[in-house]
Structure formats: structure tokens, C-alpha cells
Ligand binder design. Sequence first.
Ligand code: MG
Length: 497
Amino acid sequence: MEPVFQNETIKGILSRYRRIWAINHAQSVLGWDMEVNMPKEGILERSVAQGELSVLSQEFILKPDFIELVEKAKGLELNEYERGVVRVLDREIRISKAFPPEFLREVSEVTSQATKAWEEAKKGDDFSKFEPWLDKIIDLAKRAADYLGYEDEPYDALLDLYEEGLRTKEVVGMFDELERELRPLIEKIMEEGKVPREHPLEKEKYEKEQMERVNLWILQKFGFPLGVRSRLDVSAHPFTTEFGIRDVRITTRYEGYDFRRTILSTVHEFGHALYELQQDERFMFSPIAGGVSLGIHESQSRFWENIIGRSKEFAGLIYPVLKENLPFMANYTPEDVYLYFNLVRPDLIRTEADVVTYNLHILLRFKLERMMLNEGVKARDLPELWNEEMERLLGIRPKTYAEGILQDIHWAHGTVGYFPTYSIGTLLAAQYYYHIKRDLNVEELIAQGNFEPIKAWLREKIHRWGSIYPPKELLKKAIGEELDPEYFIRWVKERYL
Ligand code: MG
């Protein structure tokens, strides 16, 4: 294959970019190590090291001669790959320029203390410990939006950080449709009872080694290049990290009961990893290597988790290996596994939520975040707003802060505007399903454990483009249309009614 970067100015940009790439690479290694290996008290020195590396990378991005080269490249005649490089770097420069260094320092100080306060508050179920920090976070988020600039409302600026080009009014439209459709659907699903609310498999206990064997078996079936270009490790919160195209690592967790959690986490992270592993190797060391946005990334993980991992055929495929490793499986059938993977019941905790109610948890957070940014809502008012909204949407009301306002770590980390990308991923996954079905018999392939055609489809349509195109353009190219919640609603109806 011929090289994708031909233009001399672009080559000059990329040779300088290598240093920034190397810093990012080192940061990924440090981040992975922090979650997987680091002893608890290492956090102090590690966060300082991470912070300094961020500053270093920002210094390189903002070097006047580097910016000048990127500016110069904007006026040149370039191929689509080269234009992608310019688009990604131009955006990075714009974002880096927007925030003064003293603001970034303040963010990092406030969020590290807020995270500590959040942990204590959650542990003792005492919101007052977190409340002053949450007010500071809201203030920082508002200032961040002002530094970045926006057209319609402050929330737009933050949303765009996580999902390039996405605007609040689109998210409002998306959630309006979801709320209108999902609330009656959830009631109907509960009434019809095609999928149960509970299953005895939730209570069955396992040994870590047993489920590790099952996870490795599944990953092998998927063709995950374990030990060659990837690893599976354990961490408190499962995640994926890419050091590059040839070293992509995932983690899972083992609670010792309710085994679908470890399986579906592993399958979810595999979806993230595959996106990175199937990049075009000619993009190596460049800013267009890697997934383009959080929403598109999440669409990959949700596709594997929801469409493949929760299918009847997948339950059938893994049933023998479950039976081989878990003695209690002798009492259950493949149909049990399928139902257990697809339970629907309103739950207070987002991370425990089923596929159908999940988006309403995100809607709640989106609504509150928008109120914080646009309407001057203070931390003090948020627990009550949370509980009311939860009751309105899912008919259940938290009795503690820990199962309400304090459940997620995101705000303590200063992350506001991120939640909607979870829903975007969930919706897109269902949308891909109806598109891929036109080309492949997905169910039959899953039943056979033949995942290569599905992987090839995803590579061809999405993965191989890396970050060349912004998310919306990528979707147009991949499936010929924009995000459309209609597909997800259809999928829910077909599966759960
Ligand atoms: Mg994910």
C-alpha cells in the first residue's frame, strides 16, 4: 500500500508530532499502570507526573513554529488523510489555546480534592462533604465553556469537547424522542413479562479463575490477539487503553457473583479495543490513528455488548463453556442465560441499569448538567432535583445520596457534558445492527462463533478511517445517514416485546 502522507508540509508536521505522540504514549502507560498495578499511595506522585506530562504535551502543541506549520497546511491542496491531520491538530490547538495555564492548574487541584471529598461523602452517605466542591466544579465548568466559546448555550462548548460537532439542541431532540417512546415501552415490557425482572443466576457465586477461563475463551473466539497485541487484566472499573495500534489493553472485574457482569464488561471493552486494533497501520504515530470521538467509541463497545453479547445466539454459543466451568450451570438452560442477560427492571444505579432503562439515567444527568450550566442551579438543590427526576422517569426514588446524586465519579473529576456520549453509543449500536443485517446474517454468524465477517464489516465501514472525519461525516460515510434513535426503539420492541 502506498503511504498516505505525501505532502512535505504534512510530513514536517508529523515528524514534530511524534514527540507529542510519545508523551501521549507514556501517559497511556502510566494511566494503565495506575489502574492495574500501582499501590494505593502511589497516587500522589503519579498524578503529579501525569500533570507535568500534560503540560509538556501542551507546550509542544502550542509551539509557535508548530502552529505556523498547521496554519500553512490549511491553505494547501491535500488528500483526505492529510486534511484529517490538519483538522485534528487545528482542533487540539484551539482547545489548548483556550485555557490559560493557571485555569488548568486550578482544575487539576480542585478535581483531585473534589474526588477525595466525593469518596468520603459517598462512603458516609453525607452530601454536605461534597456540596462545596460540586459548586466549585460547576463554576469551573461555566468558566471552561466561556473560554471555549459557544453559539447557543454554554453546554454546547462542553459537549463539543467530548463529541466533536454535537450540539445541545440535537441532544434535547434525541432525549425527547427517547423519553416519549421509552417510558410507555418500559411499562409494557414489565406488563408482558417476556423478559423477567429477576433471575436466580444473579445470585450464583463463582471463583475468579472459573470466569477468567470463560472470558479468555470468549476473547479467543472473537480473535482478540492476546499476548501478541493485547492483554486482559483486572481493575476496579473496566476500561480499554491503547498505547498504539499494536498494543491495546482491556480490563475486566470479578465480583464473585452475578457472572454476566464480568462477561458483558469483557465483551464491551473488546468492542472498544477492536476499534483501535483495526486502525490503518499507515496512520501509526499520527494524530488520525485512533477512534474519533467518545460517542463513536462507545457505539463500538455497545455493539459488541448489546447486539452480540446479549443475543440468543451468543447465549447458545457460550453455554457449553459456562457449563464446563460453573457447576451450578447444570441447573440452567441456554434460554436461562439469554433471559438473565436481558432482564429489564428500573434500578437506581446507572451502571447496574438494563439496556432499556439505561438511556433514562443519562437523560436525567443531561438535564441536571444543563441546569447547572445554563440556569444557575446550585449544588444544594441537586439531590432533590435528582430524586424527583428519577421518580418521574423510572418510578423509583433514592433513599440515600449514595444511590442518588453521589453515585457517579464523573462530576468529581470535573467531567461535565460527557454523559450524552453513552447514549449516543447505545443508539448507534442498534443503528449499525440494522445496516449490517443487510449485508450479513449476523445471528447465524454469532451462532457459529464466526466473528470475522462482522469484524471486517466494522473495519471497512468505521475502524479503518481512524479520526480522518469528524463523527457526523464518518457516520454519513459508514452508513449513509445521521444518528437516528428510531433504530434503537425498533430494536427494543423487537427484542423485549
Ligand atoms: Mg465504554
